[in-house]
Design a protein around this ligand. Sequence first.
Ligand SMILES: NC(=O)c1ccc[n+]([C@@H]2O[C@H](COP(=O)([O-])OP(=O)(O)OC[C@H]3O[C@@H](n4cnc5c(N)ncnc54)[C@H](O)[C@@H]3O)[C@@H](O)[C@H]2O)c1
Ligand SMILES: [Zn+2]
Length: 382
Amino acid sequence: MTAPLRPTEPITVPVALGARAYEIVIGRGLVASLGERIKTLRPGARAAIVSDETVARFHLGAVEAALKSAGIDSAHIIVPAGEGSKNYATFETVCEAIIGARVERNDLIVALGGGVIGDLAGFAASCVRRGLDFVQVPTTLLAQVDSSVGGKTGINSRQGKNLIGAFHQPVLVVADTALLDTLPKREFCAGYAEVAKYGLLGDAAFFSWLEKNWQGVFAGGDSSRGLAREHAIAVCCRAKAAIVARDERETGERALLNLGHTFGHALEAGCGFSDRLLHGEAVALGMALAFEFSAQKGLLTASEAARATAHLAAVGLPTHLKDVRGGVPAVDALMDLIAQDKKVKRGTLTFILVRGIGRAFIENNVDAAEVRKFLEHKLASA
Ligand SMILES: NC(=O)c1ccc[n+]([C@@H]2O[C@H](COP(=O)([O-])OP(=O)(O)OC[C@H]3O[C@@H](n4cnc5c(N)ncnc54)[C@H](O)[C@@H]3O)[C@@H](O)[C@H]2O)c1
Ligand SMILES: [Zn+2]
């Protein structure tokens, strides 16, 4: 017999940003309490829910019902699913729809979706009427551990990703882990790369825990099956919240969160941001390369780098260039993409390197020629 699903005690993670402080609440079945939480935070507020077509099909009904049961009037604005919606045209549609729904200064935007919706709806919230409050209800693992926390919002420019945007913190993040049950396995796995990232960059004990408990994180389930998923998400949110509280605008330490992203972004761009390589998959591959590159520089042993890579591979993430369907660009193109992503200063690049698992640091003086040689070697053996 299957045990009945019961909501578990939520975990609360505070984000300490002074006047802009807010809470991340994590737990299974939390959407049911969304209306009450919003009512407590902003009595009398109305809400406009922004979502994408896929997420809306699965979860809009429950969110609307939760708001209604708390007496909150809501409108919904649904955009096509996918990265393509982070463009000017959709941004305009969302802003006009928010105004059309007569959302006023004391009302709220609810971003119901993955990172695309969080970034798009958050940016619209930052602009309409010179700034509306918004609540994040992240529905992908990536969004629950990364994009919904920290206040980066925006859309893509024709010249690059996330180039138009604003820092705009949410007033509340409700991470309902049951929403992830409808997420395709490949998307969940890609989001897991960001989970592993927190262990690899600054928390060796968490990384060891993940090596033992990752199956529980993937399985999810009610409290009778353990709370591995909730625990993992909470650890990631605590880590991100601490970094963001110390460096909200990425003038220093926040850059550590880019572990694996310099190589990763170049590979992602090289695949045309297509479904040949999802963001998290590119990050997994980028982290494997960052560990190997660091080992080659003598910063850590090859066996410790291999341990990091082995875990990513064990959960099903790509860790070798040959894992990328359709292949990757040649070294010249990759180096151009790396140079575009991170400013090159007199032949040196900024990279997040590692001295071991959980020991990442920012290195501003990486020789571009050395990176090139490393990639040439990797491509030759791919
Ligand atoms: N703001 C930040 O700090 C930050 C950080 C990392 C990434 N991002 C951004 O996040 C975006 C990627 O986010 P993402 O990976 O969540 O992508 P996404 O929002 O496109 O979601 C991935 C896919 O899963 C579907 N989906 C979402 N939730 C679902 C659910 N519960 N059930 C079934 N299907 C569901 C979506 O419709 C979409 O097709 C990128 O645009 C990236 O730039 C932002
Ligand atoms: Zn990322």
